[in-house]
Design a protein around this ligand. Structure first.
Ligand code: ARG
Length: 461
């Protein structure tokens, strides 16, 4: 068992298996550089406040900088037997500096230390996730631009509903990603306070300068209350929720991709490099990447439930339960990060069968709503217009016809005398899409406006 920071009071030590059970080094090792940053700020503050000699503070700073460098180059390896990253770094300091190393923990507990490390880590990791959201959104917007005029069926209940465009649907996806971006950015604003100096829960009697450490670490302010500082994991919950919501979006997008890639739809041709084959069926080209992203949304939903459940019953202030926070959130952020990258690659390289998409707009009476609106424009009350168009659809079905345009004007007039010859030009798929040019609608020029608006949102910092 590696040296622990708490062996004085306890004569008996946990057995190896029990020690390993409560250790967290396998998870918190990724906080190493954040832990060192926190310790450097803390040591400098201790020196400035005269709590430790100025020379010792400088010694600590140099040693910590060196440890960071060695960890980055790989010449120093994290001991997998250490209890946690805090013990490991403090252990190395003490090994190298003797008593100077033993001074660094004055006025500090691992409780405020880990809360600080976790936030520091998130302050650098979450912007990387945000950048990936931006890149995925931009990739979709590029495809939307290309396909602002590519007519395709829009669905409700997975039944053909009304003609839209591929660009319109990509903008819909992008609007969801822009909200995701907002959620991650919002969480960053709220986590921007520094727990350091909160100690175990009750602060410290030493004359620490919390403003200084907060400032030096790039936080806006020290946290207001020392109990809250060590007990709060709202930021982890918020980020886990943001990740779970984002993954639910990617999962839905991927569900569409899987459906579109089927032989029955044939709307999308995924690149071969973004598909997989079968070990037994020689003909297969499977949308595994889309399926796996859809599947991984399960783990991010699970991580959110894990965190909520961990948090709901623990008495104030710090309890060891809180150690379970990192594994869940790290996994959620890793999942979001890799899924965004995979989704972007898959979508950027996909080809669309635009002829098949457009042809799918004929044959399912997707123009029926536009036929009803045609009658409304001629002065018929909507409910009557709806009924007349519905009866026309019935007539078509009875006659084995696939669209309203196959009826003669005389036949149409039996259902409403408001029908005129100009109907036929108004209910082609392209005309239906072009007519719906309200803000938010699928008309190509309106989709281009949405693309521009979404690009502005995505590029906003
Ligand atoms: N590994 C612990 C965590 O992640 C660090 C804090 C330990 N504090 C304690 N009092 N045992 O929460």
């Amino acid at each position: 068992m590696a040296k622990v920071l708490w062996s004085g009071r306890l004569e008996e030590k946990p057995e190896a298996e029990a020690f390993a059970f409560q250790a967290s080094i396998s998870v918190d090792r990724r906080l190493a550089l954040d832990d060192i940053r926190g310790s450097r700020a803390h040591a400098a503050m201790l020196g400035k406040q005269g709590i430790i000699p100025g020379e010792t503070a400088e010694q600590l700073d140099r040693a910590l900088e060196e440890i960071a460098r060695e960890l980055e180059s790989g010449s120093l390896e994290i001991d997998p037997e250490a209890e946690d990253i805090h013990s490991f770094i403090e252990g190395i300091l003490t090994e190298r500096l003797g008593d100077a190393g033993r001074m660094v923990h004055a006025g500090r507990s691992r409780n405020d230390q880990v809360a600080t490390d976790f936030r520091l880590y998130l302050k650098r990791r979450v912007p990387e996730v945000c950048d990936e959201i931006r890149l995925a959104a931009e990739a979709l917007l590029d495809r939307a631009e290309e396909h602002a005029g590519t007519i395709m069926p829009g669905y409700t209940h997975l039944q053909r509903a009304q003609p839209v465009s591929l660009g319109h649907q990509f903008c819909a996806w992008c609007a969801a990603l822009v909200r995701d971006l907002g959620r991650f950015s919002d969480a960053l604003v709220r986590l921007d306070e520094c727990p350091l100096g909160a100690g175990a829960l009750a602060g410290s009697g030493l004359p620490l300068d919390r403003e200084k450490t907060a400032r030096d670490l790039g936080f806006s302010r020290p946290s207001l209350n020392s109990m809250d500082a060590v007990a709060d994991r709202d930021f982890a919950l918020e980020l886990a929720a943001a990740a779970a919501i984002l993954m639910s979006h990617l999962s839905r997008f991927c569900e569409d991709v899987v459906i579109w890639a089927s032989e029955e739809f044939k709307f999308i041709n995924l690149a071969e490099s973004w598909s997989t084959g079968s070990s037994i069926m020689p003909q297969k080209k499977n949308p595994d990447f889309a399926e796996l992203i859809r599947g991984k949304s399960g783990r991010s939903a699970g991580n959110l439930v894990t965190l909520l459940t961990v948090m709901k019953g623990i008495p104030y202030a710090y309890d060891k339960d809180l150690q379970e926070d990192k594994e869940a959130l790290f996994d959620s952020l890793d999942t979001v990060y890799s899924c965004l990258r995979m989704f972007r690659g898959m979508m950027a390289s996909a080809k669309f069968n635009t002829d098949i998409m457009e042809a799918a707009c004929t044959g399912g009476f997707l123009e029926a709503t536009d036929a009803a609106e045609y009658l409304v424009k001629k002065g018929l009350p909507f409910r009557k217009a709806h009924e007349a168009a519905a009866l026309v659809v019935r007539d078509c079905v009875d006659a084995g016809q696939r669209s309203i345009g196959e009826r003669t004007l005389a036949e149409l007039k039996k259902r409403s005398e408001y029908f005129e010859a100009d109907l036929f030009g108004a209910i082609t798929p392209a005309a239906c899409v072009a007519a719906r040019n309200l803000p938010g609608g699928p008309a190509p020029e309106e989709v281009r406006r949405q693309i521009a608006a979404l690009r502005t949102e995505v590029r906003k910092r």
